[in-house]
Design a binder for this molecule. Structure first.
Ligand SMILES: [Zn+2]
Length: 208
């Protein structure tokens, strides 16, 4: 290939397009090829559609925060679930991600509150207990009023390790600690479980 001097171009695209490709490449599961496809799709948008797209990205970050009680992502703190006085405050379902709250809510049967860890303990990816919302859960239980903590982390090695770690921390406290009875296959994800399976897992939860 003939080059005409100067540093070799990183991509063969104009700088603004390259910039967009780099941003899309940061998304989970998006490689360089997919990022290119998405970037070129954005270029087919009208100027107002593109502005709306960019503003939605900025606003999602700007206008959300963590609920002061359950650590779920919310636009108003405390979040709608924590503010709802029809929910059973004595029951706290501990999940690893905000998406898991949505999964449990889809069962329409769970009436307690939540606690979102924002991850699981994972020595492999350098996540220690301090990197997830365990201290805030402990503080919540210590404040009193919680009768049962349901550990609903995913049924994989890291999810189980996290559940056992939390169970040990809670052992000295006068609170019932249970784990979902997973009809979800080992290594399966709570987020992708159907409502019936999840409901059965909740109903069949066992003491840890
Ligand atoms: Zn909340």
């Amino acid at each position: 290939m003939t080059t005409y001097g100067g540093p070799p171009a990183f991509g063969s695209f104009p700088a603004p397009v390259e910039r967009l490709i780099v941003q899309f490449s940061k998304l989970p599961g998006i490689g360089r090829k997919s990022a290119q496809r998405l970037a070129f799709f954005v270029l087919t948008l009208s100027e107002s559609e593109a502005a709306e797209f960019g503003e939605a990205v900025a606003a999602a970050k700007r206008d959300t925060r963590l609920c002061e009680t359950c650590m779920n992502i919310t636009d108003v703190s405390p979040c709608a679930v924590c503010r709802n006085d029809k929910r059973d405050r004595a029951l706290v379902c501990v999940v690893s991600m905000p998406q898991d709250v949505a999964a449990v809510e889809r069962t329409r049967e769970y009436k307690g509150l939540y606690h979102v860890l924002h991850g699981v303990i994972s020595p492999m990816s350098g996540k220690s207990p301090d990197d997830v919302e365990i201290a805030s859960l402990l503080a919540r239980v210590q404040k009193g009023g919680v009768a049962e903590v349901i550990l609903a982390t995913d049924p994989d090695t890291e999810g189980d390790t996290t559940a056992l770690y939390i169970a040990r921390l809670l052992a000295p406290h006068p609170v019932r600690v249970t784990r979902l009875a997973y009809g979800i296959p080992i290594g399966g994800r709570l987020e992708y479980s159907d409502e019936t399976t999840l409901l059965r897992s909740l109903e069949g939860r066992r003491e840890l």
